[in-house]
Write a protein that binds this ligand. Structure first.
Ligand code: PMP
Ligand code: GLN
Length: 380
């Protein structure tokens, strides 16, 4: 039998590889991004209550309406902008499904999609699977800032979409208002769709404000915003997220979504809707993670790694060029198998595996785990 799969030459995701290696060698796992502490018992009780109260059949295709109303209210509170719950918000099986469905809805063979690299790993395969062509703009370490002149040169009549991600995984940098204004200027008068991956919107540090695409009216008009409750409420395994877009864009999305997943785990949606009634549940998140970032960085301040403090997400990148000339994959493997600490080598997110001697560490961990991790890093 001759198999001709559409997606070829794809390695197993680095998150799966490093987590498995960490497990095998009993290493502290700061690789794949997930918390090692429990989420709020109130949220677990709310989901459990929803199950006991009969929210056990298919949710409406676009999502439980209480949850869509709660999401709409959140946009009004945070960004003073409206997404209509009936027509402009859809609940998805995590941000990954939203991203895949958005790309599948619009990207046709030979369409070009501009992505910034290092890029989260699910964008490129989804583009290729739909026959599209990823066009990379490199973000250069350690600043990882966007060269807008380069972006301008990459825009052609074939550009269908630009994917942005702020706060940015894996670098822990954020886009500023000037970046968003530049993006708005470059896309004005075009048919380019923006996919704005904002799964870390509630995890942003120091004086930075989250620059959501919905804050800029001409950007909002062409944007999908994707979000993940897994990131916000410490339940990455629940895989519930959502996306928002103006009505016409959302109608096109739902045409695909209804045959892609149709609808998402219902009791979780109802529980999340009730939990979102209290805005502090997400408003306190930045402070919570900023403290974890500071704890981690303070613990490793005398180590031989160098760094710029993360400005958002729950990832910190550390530069190891003063320690070894090994490449980042070999060094990450060595740290996991020989020293008992797992991280993610950044080169896997770059074109041609460009190696900037950077490793990504997830600090969404208990203080005890961060202390144990720092004890190891300080001895390297
Ligand atoms: N985008 C980014 C930047 C991410 O880091 C992640 C992973 N958490 C996702 C999307 C996917 O989110 P989810 O787990 O909700 O599918
Ligand atoms: N978003 C998580 C990370 O960046 C991983 C998600 C996954 O394993 N697919 O580590």
């Amino acid at each position: 039998m001759q198999l001709t799969p559409k997606l070829t030459n794809i390695d197993t995701s680095i998150f799966t590889v490093m987590s498995a290696l960490a497990h095998k060698h009993k290493a502290i796992n700061l690789s794949q991004g997930f918390p090692n502490f429990k989420s709020d018992q109130k949220l677990i009780d709310a989901v459990s209550k929803a199950m006991h109260s009969g929210y056990n059949q298919y949710a409406p295709m676009a999502g439980n309406l209480d949850l869509r109303n709660a999401i709409s209210k959140k946009f009004e509170l945070l960004y003073q902008t409206t997404y209509h719950p009936e027509t402009e918000i859809t609940v998805t099986a995590g941000a990954t499904q939203a991203i895949f469905t958005i790309i599948s809805t619009f990207v046709k063979p030979d369409d070009e999609v501009i992505i910034f690299k290092p890029a989260y790993d699910c964008y490129e395969p989804a583009i290729k699977l739909n026959g599209g062509k990823p066009i990379s703009v490199a973000l250069i370490a350690p600043k990882y800032s966007i060269d807008w002149n380069h972006v301008e040169q990459c825009i052609t009549s074939k550009t269908k979409m630009i994917i942005i991600n702020t706060p940015h995984n894996p670098s822990g940098t954020v886009m500023h208002k000037t970046d968003m204004l530049k993006l708005q200027e470059l896309t004005d008068g075009t048919d380019i769709i923006i996919l704005s991956d904002e799964v870390y919107e509630h995890i942003i540090f120091d004086e930075n404000l989250h620059q959501s695409a919905c804050l800029f009216s001409n950007l909002k008009a062409r944007s999908f915003i994707t979000a993940s409750f897994g990131k916000t409420f410490h339940n990455t395994g629940w895989k519930v997220g959502y996306c928002c877009a103006p009505k016409a864009l959302m109608e096109a999305f739902r045409a695909v979504h209804q045959f892609n997943v149709f609808s998402v785990h219902h009791p979780t949606q109802k529980g999340l809707a009730d939990y979102l009634d209290e805005p502090n549940h997400y408003l306190e998140l930045s402070q919570f993670y900023q403290k974890k970032r500071d704890t981690f960085l303070n613990l490793i301040k005398d180590s031989r790694f160098s760094y710029t403090p993360s400005k958002g997400t729950y990832f910190q990148v550390l530069n190891f060029s003063d320690i070894t000339s090994k490449n980042d994959i070999d060094f990450a493997t060595y740290l996991t198998t020989e020293k008992g600490i797992a991280s993610i080598p950044m080169s896997v997110f770059n074109d041609h595996n460009r190696d900037d001697k950077m490793l990504r560490f997830c600090f969404a961990k208990t203080d005890e785990t961060l202390k144990d991790a720092a004890d190891i890093l300080n001895k390297i």
